[in-house]
Design a protein around this ligand. Structure first.
Ligand SMILES: Cc1cc2nc3c(=O)[nH]c(=O)nc-3n(C[C@H](O)[C@H](O)[C@H](O)COP(=O)(O)O)c2cc1C
Length: 188
């Protein structure tokens, strides 16, 4: 049983990639098996039924398999105009598609998820989390009721990309523990 950690931004200095790394550090410390996924390694076209009709892109099939191999997700979820980033939505959409070769993989149903966000503002990107929660819920994923939202991103991370505020680190750890407990119960 293992968790998949991913960031909805592939920007070089992405705060969400830093937040995903902070989550991975907690998983490492807690000896929780996990994989960190870099979406930049899986470039996909914007979903289009005509593209799909020509055959599922290899990266879509590979990502679907990656999701399927994990029991839960930690998604660092940036907010664009109050909602989910096109990158993340596109990945979630492609992964929901299947072909003959990938139909036995189950990427979403009966999985768990913890949503984490940050933003330069004081709302910490929380509005986007509601949308991602709805998307994942509609796909059959059990999303943890609590989330982690780190405000004031420019001040929140050290030069090394670590979370500065001990309280935020503790909240992240608490919610990751909760995610792992839920994931373990679901698998029992
Ligand atoms: C198109 C666009 C829309 C944005 N909308 C919001 C927003 O609604 N709320 C917010 O807090 N930040 C918003 N931001 C700022 C992002 O939170 C900020 O760019 C953040 O650093 C993105 O995450 P990243 O650092 O992981 O790339 C927006 C940024 C972009 C590019």
């Amino acid at each position: 049983m293992s968790l998949l950690v991913l960031s909805g931004s592939v920007r070089k200095d992405s705060f969400h990639t830093k937040l995903a790394r902070a989550a991975a550090d907690v998983l490492q410390t807690q000896a929780i098996p996990h994989t960190v996924l870099n979406l930049a390694d899986y470039p996909l076209p914007i979903y289009d039924g005509d593209v799909e009709a020509q055959g599922l892109p290899d990266f879509a099939r590979t990502l679907r398999k990656r999701f399927s191999e994990h029991a839960g997700f930690i998604i660092a979820n940036p907010e664009y105009n109050g909602s989910v980033t096109p990158l993340l939505k596109n990945v979630l959409d492609w992964v929901s598609r299947k072909d003959e070769a990938s139909k036995h993989h189950e990427p979403y149903a009966n999985k768990t998820a913890l949503l984490i966000s940050t933003s330069p503002g004081s709302l910490a990107g929380q509005r986007a989390l509601r949308h991602t929660r709805e998307i994942l819920t509609s796909l059959g994923t059990l999303v943890l009721p609590q989330h982690v939202a780190v405000p004031n991103a420019f001040q929140a991370f050290s030069l090394e990309g670590l979370l500065i505020d001990e309280k935020q680190s503790q909240i992240l750890k608490t919610q990751i523990d909760a995610l792992w407990r839920l994931t373990s119960k679901l698998a029992a």
